[in-house]
Design a protein around this ligand. Sequence first.
Ligand SMILES: [Ca+2]
Ligand SMILES: [Ca+2]
Length: 143
Amino acid sequence: MKTTYSIALATFTLFVVFASFALAFDVAISTQAGWWSQGAADKELAALADAIKGKVGSVTLFPADKQADLATWVKNNTKDGENDILILAGQFPNTIYQPGNAQADDSLAEIFLDSGNTILNTGDICFMSLMVEEPTRKVDYRP
Ligand SMILES: [Ca+2]
Ligand SMILES: [Ca+2]
């Protein structure tokens, strides 16, 4: 009987630990499209956000015109003790990493990664648009 209680208590404890651990990070999603249409990126990433809501601490969508807000999210989640995730839609935000590697060290993106967080890209070459010399130049590699 004592063994049964011990197993039940251990199972309950593991469940509580796992449940709290599973929620112990936040997700930001930049919908700024690179290789696909902006409309498709907005639609697909909104569906992704809906699918993971409730399974993580929070999910925040950042449209193409809210990349400054995305930088603030990155700053606020860099050293907060959680392994947060930033998901990109094929374009690396120039608000967290300057085009042309203008800031070779200590960009917001570098510090975010070095602090144990993760950046995922859903497209192909997410740095392609940042390789141009003009930060304001929009590069479109779509056919
Ligand atoms: Ca966080
Ligand atoms: Ca964090």
